[in-house]
Write a protein that binds this ligand. Structure first.
Ligand code: PMP
Length: 411
């Protein structure tokens, strides 16, 4: 990391009011960023400012506030287009989050494109949100699910993937970064290989968007989903990117206001992109908050953020590696700032509870990724995940907290 790229983390921490709040009488050590990130003041301000000054429903109004709200909402769409480097703002669909984006594709694109005997390829790393929608589609359409195996270090078995592809492959739905192990998957290569068979590719970017610069055109994916709350934005808002020609060919996912052109009891005609997929009043304040979040993230700089998080990951891997009885799951060469581990003889829930008493927030459980837990022979792990505002001192606090856990269980 160059001196220039170094983040001023102490200054950045001041942007996040919650980080100054004590928890259980201790300074908060927030290491649950893969579940959700904290929000900077500018995101909180953007949401409050919208409700205070511009609140109105969008698109249909002729009055001043409605025009301002519409402009802010559509401005957010354009900002997200730029964040993902999509070709057109109409390729950016606002959804509730990654989960809704995947369900939309599975039900709208999938029911049209996937028939009996057709194949859907997933990986063993997937979050339940990128498994269950495809199982539902499989059951509706008589399709077949195929699963790319995971190697012992948490990387995907690409050779097995290549063998799995074929003329029946209709879609490959793959995570960009594993929430359970931190593996960064070789999505570019996965997409290229799928192209040889004419298969569509959906990338689940829920864990990637806060950590890696994303360029959907360079990736050449058909669909990309992300959740606002994992990129320092609000909950309840996310993005589905879809290539225009794919989205044009897809039927609406939900019916209602905004997605129509005209309605009679005999027949409804649908609105154009992106509105065709945005039925009902959308999360206007959420889109505005998400815009502020990506402004913030890009202003800090995704590359220095990635470098800082990588440094934390290396430091934590080294420090946790010294803890007796601790086993790290997932040692892929390309990893985002997630460390899943088990501690000999202690249930992860006990680890999490004792850490919480010290003001340290980690996640414990199966992380909505039961198949990969099973692959590694565990029911649950403890997971520490880092963001731009985390520090080495917080990792030291985690290690000291784990020492305490061990002392309690050795008694
Ligand atoms: N995919 C991955 C890899 C995730 O980590 C998550 C959230 N944990 C999701 C999908 C689902 O995101 P959301 O709950 O925001 O829809």
């Amino acid at each position: 990391m160059t001196a220039l790229a170094k983040l001023d983390v102490a200054a950045l921490r001041k942007d996040f009011p919650i980080l100054g709040r004590p928890v259980r009488g201790r300074p908060l050590v927030y290491l649950d960023n893969a579940a959700t990130t904290q929000k900077p003041q500018c995101v909180l301000d953007a949401i409050l400012d919208y409700y205070r000054n511009d609140n109105a429903n969008i698109h249909r109004g002729v009055h001043e506030l409605s025009e301002r709200a519409t402009e802010a909402y559509e401005g957010a769409r354009e900002r997200l287009r730029r964040f993902l480097n999509a070709a057109h703002a109409r390729e950016i669909i606002f959804v509730r989050g990654a989960t809704e984006g995947i369900n939309l594709v599975a039900q709208s694109w999938g029911r049209l494109a996937v028939g009996p005997g057709d194949e859907i390829i997933l990986s063993h790393l997937e979050h339940h949100s990128n498994i269950v929608p495809w199982q539902m589609l499989r059951d509706q359409r008589g399709a077949v699910l195929r699963v790319i195996p995971v190697l012992d270090n948490g990387e995907l078995d690409l050779a097995a993937y290549e063998r799995m592809l074929g003329p029946r492959t209709k879609i490959v739905a793959i995570t960009h970064v594993s929430n359970a192990l931190g593996t960064i998957t070789p999505v570019r290569r996965i997409i290229q290989l799928a192209r040889d068979w004419g298969a569509a590719v959906l990338v689940d970017g829920a864990q990637a968007a806060a950590h890696l610069p994303i360029d959907v055109r360079a990736l050449d994916c058909d669909f990309y989903v992300l959740s606002g709350h994992k990129v320092y934005g609000p909950t309840g808002i996310g993005v589905l990117y879809g290539k225009q020609e794919r989205l044009e060919a897809m039927p609406p996912y939900q019916g209602g206001g905004d997605m129509i052109e005209s309605v009679s009891f005999e027949r409804t005609t649908f609105n154009t992109l992106p509105y065709k997929f945005e039925a009902g009043t959308p999360h206007i304040a959420g889109a505005i908050g998400l815009r502020a979040a990506v402004d913030y993230l890009e202003q800090v700089g995704l590359e220095p953020v990635a470098a800082h998080e990588h440094e934390l990951l290396d430091y934590a891997t080294q420090a946790l590696g010294q803890v007796p009885g601790l086993r790290i799951l997932g040692t892929a060469r390309e990893k985002a700032a997630v460390i899943s581990f088990t501690l000999n003889g202690v249930h992860p829930h006990d680890v999490g509870t004792i850490l919480d008493q010290q003001g340290i927030a980690v996640r414990t459980g199966h992380h909505c990724a039961q198949p990969v837990m099973e692959r590694f022979g565990v029911a649950a792990t403890t997971r520490a995940s880092f963001a731009l505002y985390n520090t080495r001192e917080e990792i030291d606090a985690l290690v000291a907290g784990l020492d305490k856990v061990r002392r309690i269980f050795e008694r």
